[in-house]
Ligand binder design. Structure first.
Ligand code: PNS
Length: 160
């Protein structure tokens, strides 16, 4: 049986920190699905879900067991539908922990069949977030090193 994992997130936009988690997690499973999902707590979205899928697809072309998908529904339902065995989440700092812990327990209560697996961020990316990228882009700052170089132009274009 194929061991499938789902890495969900807003990815608005995908950062080098996300890409690092994607690369590392893709080595642990037969297939990794990067899932652009709806976070109802985040109302300041800059990119459409399709634009986010497109950006992640462009930066993961060298990873044959990674595919990108989109879901507007509950994560547990998606995980069940694709027969995944795990959810992968990245942790940057202690401040991420409480929310992620609560979410993992809620998802476990909704569907006890699968595990949530946390990957610590690479320390050199621990300060990077999509919100910081958007803030910097809004001031036309240099995004080099914060997001994969293939998508810098796309992001700059949005903030022109
Ligand atoms: O990158 P984010 O914004 O921290 O990712 C959060 C995300 C999108 C993974 C989370 O909000 C999510 O799982 N959304 C899908 C809907 C869902 O299942 N919510 C949790 C139970 S209410």
């Amino acid at each position: 049986m194929k061991r499938i994992a789902v890495y969900p997130g807003s990815f608005d936009p995908v950062t080098v920190g996300h890409l690092d988690v994607i690369r590392r997690a893709s080595k642990l499973f037969d297939e990794l699905i990067v899932l652009v999902s709806k976070n109802i707590m985040k109302s300041n979205e800059s990119f459409t879900p399709q634009e986010r899928v497109s950006m992640i697809t462009r930066v993961t072309t060298d990873l044959p067991n990674v595919r990108v998908d989109l879901s507007g529904g509950l994560l547990v339902d998606y995980v069940r539908d694709v027969h995944a065995i795990a959810i992968v989440k990245g942790l940057r700092a202690v401040s991420d922990f409480e929310y992620e812990f609560q979410m993992a327990l809620l998802n476990k209560a909704l569907n006890p069949e699968y595990e949530t697996m946390f990957m610590m961020t690479n320390t050199k990316y621990s300060y990077i977030s999509s919100s910081m990228v958007k803030e910097l882009a809004g001031f036309h700052g240099d995004l080099t090193g914060l997001v994969p170089c293939e998508i810098i132009e796309t992001i700059e274009e949005k903030y022109k």
